[in-house]
Design a binder for this molecule. Structure first.
Ligand code: AMP
Ligand code: MG
Length: 435
């Protein structure tokens, strides 16, 4: 019997309940009516038979067991058919059974933690005998990064730079700003961290600073008028930031302010994976609110399977990526939004050219990349660019990352590099190829 807690109010009538299962590392989700949720919370439900799905807070679900993922059976048999191949069956059986014992021992070293940080639910899993101490360090690192880059905390490094318009950045901010500016270049300005005045005009900044974020998303608010947005947009221009990565000195143009919200979780994931490596971990999985990053393989030596959440919520997953040592980061308009008094919802990924939520035909973008920070920035940027712009950006950097794109009109595209590692039971994905 494990407790459910409310994770997200999905609409006026529906909520999502979440339950973390400590020994499996699975986060179970259940969408249900509010009235049922109240009963469920009071009664303390058991897990099975509730129509639940394992997954995570953000756009991506991690699946520990391939049988729970549609469309992966073809890869499931990868280890079969080898035993006894050369007639040395007995010896192989022996070594096979000791290998199995070793795998079991590694699997037993599982340590997991679920925390709330950077305004999202995060789950961390490592396989290591000192797992708890390692997770303590990981949590500390996430909280340290949160305290540096939280725009809502006036004491944070970023809030001070925003208030003063200039300053000397520490090592983390130097890296993050440097990468943000190169993603700005790579994406023709679709990723622009000087978006903060626009986020404020929409009221997203207040939303994120509010403890009751979920309820607030569904409370109708005034949407900004065109003139206010135009004024905010006039302040958006990463190319006008003066920055010396050697000294860390930065100067923002008058009125300009930085928001690392589109990239900071990816940076945190990348840092934590780095910490794990330093501490001798060879198998780990992080899900920082949809920013999934895996280290090595699963303890049994097989690829991790990362499922992509269905933005429409109809399917458990809309595709699965088999990977190792990779970040898989999803951006979707469905993740965060405000509700206008006009009854429409306005999501949080903004087109820096217009100041309005990006509506370029995509509903979900997942980036697969060995660098979690880059993956995070690119997922936001490619969402803004739309399918054609995203494909063009990938063709300019085909060895840097791969992508899964889902369009509003129900088409899925994947880039060539993950053709063999991606499976979907729902969509017949079209492959974007190199030029
Ligand atoms: P993500 O969930 O990674 O796609 O990031 C979305 C967040 O990034 C928003 O909540 C904003 O804080 C920020 N953001 C929104 N639009 C942009 C943009 N065009 N470029 C950079 N950051 C953005
Ligand atoms: Mg992002």
């Amino acid at each position: 019997m494990k407790k459910w807690s409310i994770f997200r109010v999905n609409s006026v009538k529906k909520v999502i309940l979440v339950q973390h299962l400590p020994f499996t590392g699975v986060i179970k989700y259940m969408r249900c009516r509010k009235s049922f949720a109240a009963l469920a919370l009071a009664a303390v439900l058991t897990v099975t038979g509730c129509g639940t799905a394992n997954g995570t807070a953000g756009g991506v679900k991690t699946n520990t067991e391939s049988e729970s993922v549609p469309g992966t059976d073809s890869r499931g048999g990868e280890n079969t058919g080898t035993a006894g191949r050369d007639g040395g069956a007995a010896a192989e059986n022996e070594s096979e059974s000791s290998a199995k014992t070793a795998v079991k021992a590694r699997e037993k070293d599982i340590h997991e933690r679920t925390i709330f940080a950077m305004t999202t639910v995060m789950s961390l899993r490592v396989y290591h005998p000192d797992g708890e101490a390692i997770l303590d360090k990981a949590e500390e690192e996430i909280r340290r990064i949160e305290s540096l880059f939280s725009t809502g905390n006036p004491e944070s490094e970023i809030a001070k730079i925003n208030a003063d318009g200039e300053g000397k950045l520490g090592a983390d901010a130097v890296q993050l700003l440097d990468k943000s500016l190169s993603i700005y270049e790579m994406t023709n300005g679709a990723f622009d961290i000087t978006i903060y005045p626009v986020m404020r005009a929409w009221g997203f900044t207040e939303l994120y600073d509010d403890e009751n974020l979920i309820e607030k998303e569904n409370t109708p608010v005034d949407i900004p008028d065109a003139a206010a947005l135009a004024e905010a947009v006039s302040l958006v221009d990463s190319s006008a930031i003066e920055f010396d990565p050697q000294t860390g000195e930065v100067r923002l143009p008058e009125g300009s302010e930085i928001d690392f919200g589109g990239i900071a979780k990816g940076y945190a994931a990348q840092r934590v994976i780095g910490l794990f490596e330093e501490m001798g971990v060879s198998s780990a999985m992080l899900d920082l609110g949809g920013n999934v990053q895996v280290l090595g393989t699963k303890p049994n030596g097989k690829d991790w399977k990362v499922g992509i959440r269905d933005p429409a919520g109809e399917h458990t997953v809309i595709g699965v990526i088999a990977c190792r040592d990779r970040a898989v980061v999803t951006s979707g308009g469905y993740e965060r939004y405000i509700t206008g008094k006009d009854g429409k919802t306005y999501h949080h990924i903004i087109d820096p050219k217009t100041g309005y939520p990006a509506e370029n035909g995509l509903v979900s973008v997942s980036i697969v990349c060995d660098d979690g920070t880059l993956a995070d920035g690119l997922s936001t940027a490619l969402y803004v660019l739309g399918k054609d712009g995203a494909a063009e950006c990938w063709r300019e950097h085909p060895d840097l990352f791969d992508a899964v794109l889902l369009t509003k009109d129900g088409k899925m595209y994947i880039t060539e590099g993950i053709e063999d590692d991606f499976a979907s039971d729902v969509y017949d994905a079209e492959v974007i190829r190199r030029a």
